[in-house]
Design a protein around this ligand. Structure first.
Ligand SMILES: [Cu+2]
Length: 296
């Protein structure tokens, strides 16, 4: 009798569990940010190199950094070998009577021409990249990013009334089961569509802050009274992290940046939710964004 009772209890528990799971899945399916959980681009302990590039800009920065590093390694290695040779071959013991030659036209031409060529192969891709980074023309959308002591504020210029704050989740409220990361996850992340050019107008409401997104190649000071521009284009749906990187006071470490990049349809679904939840203004997204989404 007890066994039967226990069995029916366990069946009831299983049913409850399944119901709970079903409800959970239903919630997950309606979460427009779910696509961003599939890929998390966060810093790792003892990380040496840049994070995996999440935008073409960061891919180019990563390439240029390694390209220059290889050239630099060659120059430093060559000079070190040359000096070692001179120290050994021409020291006072090995070479008691020094040569009196002071000029050699061929070697002087070589040591001017080779460094000039090296500088040229560095400066051409560098200037190309500077122009590429500066080209924030024709964005799909523009977000005004304002640094505050100590949180970020995001204002979607194309969505009337969508202006909200983004605070770090305190250590004691971090929910690892939801994929939250200590000192990086925030209450309201910046949400953007994948594959679209996003322009940032970066400013500050109080002191200097730094809008730094290492995986996306964005790093700009947030300066009160001034707007600095940058842009990104995120190639893969996912969650990307950044940090304020300009010492801005007591809680400088507590203003991380969390970006959720999701497909366009999810982004538009999120805009509707955000308009209801983040603002008093619940007007639908402007028709140009909806038309853009239909075109995708
Ligand atoms: Cu700051």
């Amino acid at each position: 009798m007890i066994r039967v009772f226990a069995r029916s209890l366990s069946i009831a528990a299983c049913a409850a569990l399944l119901l709970g799971l079903g409800a959970h899945l239903a919630i997950a399916q309606t979460d427009p940010l779910a696509a961003a959980n599939a890929y998390v681009n966060a810093p790792k302990p003892w990380q040496w190199w840049f994070p995996a590039a999440g935008s073409p800009m960061q891919a180019q920065i990563d390439w240029l950094m390694k390209y220059v590093l290889w050239i630099m390694t060659g120059v430093v290695g060559f000079v070190a070998l040359l000096m070692a040779y001179v120290f050994i071959r021409f020291n006072a013991k090995a070479n008691p009577v020094p040569s009196h030659i002071t000029h050699n036209t061929l070697i002087e031409v070589i040591w001017i021409v080779i460094p000039t060529l090296l500088l040229a192969v560095i400066i051409i891709p560098s200037i190309n990249l500077i122009f590429y980074e500066g080209d924030d023309s024709n964005p799909y959308m523009t977000v005004t990013v304002t640094g505050h002591q100590w949180y970020w504020e995001y204002n979607y210029q194309s969505v009337p009334g969508l202006d909200y704050t983004s605070y770090m989740i305190p250590d004691d409220q971090i929910d690892a089961a939801k994929g939250q990361i200590r000192r990086l996850s925030v209450d309201h992340p910046l949400v953007v569509p994948v594959g679209e050019k996003i322009k940032f107008d970066i400013t500050s409401g109080d002191v200097l802050h730094g809008f730094y997104l290492p995986a996306l190649g964005v790093q700009k000071y947030a300066i009160p009274g001034t707007i600095q521009n940058s842009w990104t284009l995120i190639t893969k749906a996912g969650t990307y992290y950044g940090q304020c990187n300009q010492i801005c006071g007591l809680n400088h470490d507590a203003m991380p940046i969390e970006i959720k990049a999701v497909p366009m349809a999810d982004y538009l679904a999120w805009v509707k939710l955000a308009q209801q939840n983040y603002t008093e203004n619940s007007s639908p997204p402007p028709s140009n964004e909806l038309a853009d989404a239909a075109a995708h």
